[in-house]
Design a protein around this ligand. Sequence first.
Ligand code: DC
Length: 217
Amino acid sequence: MIIAIDGPAGAGKSTISRLLAERLGFVRIDTGALYRAVALAATRRGLPVEASDALGDLVRGLDLTLTPDGIRLGDEDVSTAIRTPEISLAASRYSAVPAVRDGLMDLQRRLGRTNDAVMDGRDIGTVVFPDADAKIYLTASADERARRRHRELEASGHAADFAVVLHEIEARDHQDMTRAIAPLRQAEDAVVVDATTLDIHGAVEACLRVVEAARGR
Ligand code: DC
C-alpha cells in the first residue's frame, strides 16, 4: 500500500508521516530529504541551477540512503546538514530543475514499490504515485506554519525573526507551487487535512481515518 502525503512546507508532514507510518507498521519515505541531499551536494560543488546537465550527472551518481532517522550521502550522515534554512530554500530551487526531478523519480518509485509506505513530499499523489491507495493533502495557514517553525527554531536555541520565518515559508510555497514541472497542488482525489487548528494527535487521527476509508474500498 502507498499512502501519499503532499502539502506545503511546515504543515507537519514529517512528524505526521512518521507517526502514521508507526501506527500502520509501514516505512516512511521522506522524499524532501532526497531533494535536500541533492541540494547539499550541488551547493558543495558550486553547481548553479542553470547547470542542468551537470546536475543530472550529479543526481545519477549520488549514493543516497534513507535511514529511519534521516539520510546518508555515501558514507556521510547528512541528516542535520540538510535541515538549515539555506538548504531548505536551495532544495526548493534545485527541485524545479527537470534533470533533478527525473533523477530522483526512479529511486522514489523503487522505494515505494518494495515497501508498504507512507511517502511524503510535494508531487507524490500527482506524479510519483498517481495510483496511490490513499492521498492526503496536508496543509495549514501560512501564519500557523510560520508560528510553528518559529517556535521550533527558538526551542533549539536559534533565535529568529517571525517576519523572516514567514517570508521564507511564503517564498518556498511560491517556488514549489509555480514551478513548471510537478508543482505542488492538491490531487483531485486527495482528501484535505487542514492542520491549522489540529494538534499532532488530531492530525494523525484524521489521516488514519483517510487510510481506513481507503482500506475499506
Ligand atoms: O518537504 P521538505 O521541506 O523537506 O522539501 C524540501 C524541498 O524539496 C521543497 O521545498 C520542494 C522539494 N520537494 C519536491 O519538489 N518534491 C518532493 N516530493 C519533496 C520535496
